[in-house]
Design a protein around this ligand. Structure first.
Ligand code: RB5
Length: 145
């Protein structure tokens, strides 16, 4: 299950991502927001990140103006490894090396074609494990998150 969340500044992309995932037949849950009315990104990012911690979702895609605020709230949750990506190369490495389970993108910073490329890469790329596994494990053991 892929969790989705956005604030007002990421709402349009979240709706496009929903159409994309439906087309790809990938199950998702939308944690909000539900309009372009001004709102606070932590409220929505928190709900999706909690779903990663609980195991309800294995991955999440969070959208705000920059992706930065969403990554900050998401990374305060147990088991979350959120990465802000502005290129498919970043998304590929976030998966290969960091086993990122949450993708954060900024609707105000990247065009839809780039966002699409990033999302496809994020969902398709497999974690490389080995030495990277040791490092990823430390992220959680050192922080208790
Ligand atoms: C909202 O104006 C904006 O600050 C928010 O979407 C996000 O970019 C924060 O990180």
């Amino acid at each position: 299950m892929i969790g989705l969340a956005s604030d007002h500044a990421g709402f349009a992309y979240k709706e496009q991502i929903k159409r994309l995932l439906a087309e790809w037949k990938l199950p998702f849950r939308d944690f909000g927001t539900d309009s372009e009315a001004s709102t606070d990104y932590p409220d929505w990012g928190h709900l999706a990140a909690q779903a990663i911690s609980s195991g309800e979702c294995t991955q999440a895609i969070l959208v705000c103006g920059t992706g930065i605020g969403m990554s900050m709230i998401a990374n305060k949750h147990k088991g979350v490894r959120a990465a802000v990506c502005e290129s498919s190369t970043a998304a590929q490495l976030a998966r290969k090396h960091n086993d990122a389970n949450v993708l954060c993108i900024g609707q105000r910073l990247i065009g839809w074609d780039t966002a699409l490329d990033i999302i496809e890469t994020f969902l398709e790329t497999v974690f490389e494990g080995e030495r990277h596994q040791r490092r990823v494990t430390k992220i959680h053991s050192l922080t208790n998150l």
